[in-house]
Design a protein around this ligand. Structure first.
Ligand SMILES: NC(=O)c1ccc[n+]([C@@H]2O[C@H](COP(=O)([O-])OP(=O)(O)OC[C@H]3O[C@@H](n4cnc5c(N)ncnc54)[C@H](OP(=O)(O)O)[C@@H]3O)[C@@H](O)[C@H]2O)c1
Length: 287
């Protein structure tokens, strides 16, 4: 049966999953508002859209004014909002003792607080349309690894918030989902790769583990997934009439979740210690 056209807001569309999901949704006939932290960076999105109805909208998710104006513009132009995809996000590498307060606050502000703020602004309209919320989490929202603690904290928080939101919105017919990708080839691995300022302090006691983490990361980079797979799943979830809550994506995410589920924590902890030990020979992917 054909799916009716929906009005969808996707955040973080300069690159990666957001750009690809916006284009995929437009290709399926939906009206897409694609949030950008800076409208001057719309070039790659518009080129990928190739004339499909993708409307770039100014939306730094941390800006209260941008959030309000983006929702107001969609309602003024379309009269409704059917789906919100909270995709914008940042990563942060670093052992917790190395992090500084502004770095911790920034990750939580972008990945958690802004998602809550934009979603709650959109909710009256999503309730009216019996719409959908799709939040882009990570396998790091289920499994926390050393050197990525704050990123994991932000995605664990997003998972908790989203699970509760699903219960809260069920009576109103709003469908709430989480995608949980493993490692995929997007700008978060290159242009937007972020580590804390003190990551490479030479006298840090964590230096051997930092170097080991970088070896593992290089191995991860050799087998990143195709981000189009995540974009397709996001578009499927916007359209799905009764999707389940969690959607792990990618071989490594699925495998790690399976092991984490099967093993008692003590056994899992031993595996992580062995793989991340400086000088260890092999290991699983990290993000
Ligand atoms: N790729 C992976 O392996 C992977 C795995 C698991 C989860 N994820 C999650 O997937 C989501 C998308 O990331 P990606 O992999 O597609 O990486 P990406 O290519 O770096 O995309 C992230 C997008 O978020 C935007 N963004 C960052 N801060 C923002 C802000 N304050 N306001 C609005 N937009 C902002 C970025 O814009 P600018 O470039 O202009 O800052 C960029 O467009 C993130 O939530 C990430 O945590 C990614």
């Amino acid at each position: 049966m054909p799916v009716p056209a929906r009005v969808v807001l996707v955040t973080g569309c300069r690159s990666g999953f957001g750009l690809l999901a916006a284009v995929e949704l437009a290709r399926r006939g939906h009206v897409v508002y694609a949030g950008l932290r800076d409208l001057d960076t719309a070039g790659p999105l518009l080129q990928a859209a190739g004339g499909l109805p993708v409307h770039p909208v100014q939306l730094d998710v941390t800006s209260p004014d941008d959030r309000r104006r983006a929702i107001e513009r969609i309602l003024a132009e379309q009269g409704r909002l059917d789906a919100l995809v909270n995709n914008a996000g940042i990563a942060l590498g670093g052992f917790q003792e190395q992090l500084e307060l502004d770095e911790v606050r920034r990750v939580l502000e972008v990945n958690v607080v802004s998602v809550w703020a934009l979603t709650t602004l959109a909710l009256p309209h999503l309730r009216a349309s019996r719409g959908a919320v799709c939040n882009v989490s990570s396998v790091a929202g289920r499994i926390a690894l050393p050197g990525l603690g704050l990123y994991a904290a932000s995605k664990h928080a997003l998972e908790g918030m989203t699970e509760a939101l699903r219960h809260e919105l069920r009576p109103f017919g709003v469908r709430v989902t989480l995608v949980e990708p493993g490692p995929y080839a997007t700008d978060i691995m290159e242009r937007n790769r972020a580590v804390c300022r003190r990551m490479h302090e030479p006298d840090s006691p964590y230096q051997p583990w930092v170097r080991r983490g970088e070896e593992l990361e290089a191995r991860v980079h050799e087998r990143l997934g195709d981000p189009a797979q995540v974009a397709t799943r996001i578009a499927d979830l916007v359209e799905a009439p009764a999707p389940r809550l969690r959607h792990p994506l990618g071989f490594s995410a699925t495998l790690r979740l399976l092991f984490r589920w099967l093993l008692p924590f003590s056994a899992w902890e031993a595996v992580v210690a062995r793989v991340t030990r400086p000088g260890a020979a092999a290991g699983p992917q990290r993000r």
